[in-house]
Design a protein around this ligand. Structure first.
Ligand code: ATP
Length: 347
């Protein structure tokens, strides 16, 4: 449906280089920290910016040289950017009026969208009088009215508090599944990207580091950089004892840990490595690595223990109801099967 091929955009102090594809009906996210180039990428796809190099193919048509209005791309901006003094139906119909769609066809499409989004009763309201959820629906309906092939969403929840953001996120996902539009969603908020996406691209410094399903990218990061950008990462320094394609045995002091190779290159015996373990990848156990609890955070549904193990420190997630561990206490930590990834480390 959408193919971004070898795209390059150069600014004086920044270069964006990206390539990815999005399938029809897919919800695809671009996730990365502030300044990594997400907005630039969206602006290139929508045609608000021109690339130095590369092509943008939409439904097998090369749209790289077309102006924004001829690309069949819908946009949903931060905070929705609705026209405040227009009614809901005027907002939804705006793009159609700009395109000179005849009035009867225009009204038919507006009515259908208002029905699909269940906002027909709000048609004559000014958008200033709407709730957050209603505004989201109007913004989506407005973006979909000209029947775009892809809808680009630029951090639509950025200014919202946690409760509303979660509610709108669930609703966005349901609407997207029900109506079936193709979406490219930009965010620096990892929970949004994990919760919403069919697939996501993790970005940093103008590049895409990894593309995959939320589960793949979180559970099988291909680099320490991706692991650090998506979720919490405990890193334990060790040396390779034995290495096969499927498994690496690592010595950490006199304790042996078994992990899965994280990167693509085969690790060699004796090589210094980092063992990556997520906070939920541990169990507090009778055997294993010795660590001391130096603090804890109670999170309601779980507790995170802050631990120090000599050459490393980390965070260990424990479900509530599990044994309470006091600060200062020594614990032994075992890694759950399949929960450690091993990456090369500079000595
Ligand atoms: P945020 O989440 O903060 O919006 P982002 O990931 O969307 O960040 P971009 O807005 O795409 O990042 O910016 C990427 C980089 O490109 C930044 O370093 C920015 O300063 C630079 N940049 C963006 N637009 C221009 C421009 N018109 N001229 C020069 N540099 C620019």
């Amino acid at each position: 449906m959408l193919k971004v091929a070898d795209l390059v955009r150069d600014y004086p102090e920044f270069r964006l280089q990206a390539g990815f594809t999005v399938g029809e009906g897919e919800f695809f996210s671009l996730l990365g920290p502030s300044g990594c180039g997400k907005t630039t990428l969206l602006r290139l796809i929508s045609g608000l910016e021109r690339p130095e190099n590369g092509r943008i193919i939409l439904n097998e048509q090369d749209v790289t040289d077309l102006p924004p209005s001829r690309r069949r791309i819908g946009l949903v901006f931060q905070d929705y950017a609705l026209f405040p003094h227009m009614t809901v139906e005027e907002n939804v119909g705006y793009g159609l009026a700009v395109q000179n769609v005849p009035v009867t066809e225009r009204n038919k499409r507006i009515r259908r969208l208002l029905e699909q989004f269940e906002i027909g009763q709000l048609a004559r309201r000014e958008v200033g009088q709407l709730s957050g959820g209603e505004r989201q629906r109007v913004a989506l309906a407005r973006a979909l009215a000209p029947e775009p092939l892809v809808v680009l969403l630029d951090e639509p929840f950025s200014a919202l508090d946690y409760g509303l953001r979660r509610r709108l996120r669930e609703e966005l996902r349901l609407l997207q599944r029900r109506i079936g539009f193709t979406a490219v969603f930009v965010t620096h908020h990892q929970e949004d990207a994990l919760a919403l996406s069919d697939r996501l691209a993790v970005m940093a410094n103008g590049r895409i580091l990894q593309v995959g399903s939320p589960k793949e990218v979180y559970e099988r990061p291909e680099s320490l950089e991706v692991a650090g950008l998506l979720g919490e990462a405990n890193l334990l320094p060790g040396r390779v004892e034995e290495s096969t394609e499927a498994e690496v045995r690592v010595m950490l002091g006199n304790v042996e840990l078994v992990g899965i190779p994280g990167g693509k290159e085969r690790l060699t015996v004796g090589q210094p490595v980092w063992v990556l373990v997520r906070p939920e990848g541990w169990t507090i156990h009778e055997t294993g690595l010795v660590a001391r609890v130096v603090g804890w955070e109670y999170l309601g549904h779980s507790t995170v223990y802050l631990v120090e193990g000599g050459a490393w420190s980390g965070r260990v997630l424990a479900g509530n109801g599990e044994e309470v561990v006091a600060v200062g206490q020594e614990v032994r930590l075992a890694i759950r099967p399949g929960q450690a990834r091993v990456f090369a480390r500079e000595d």
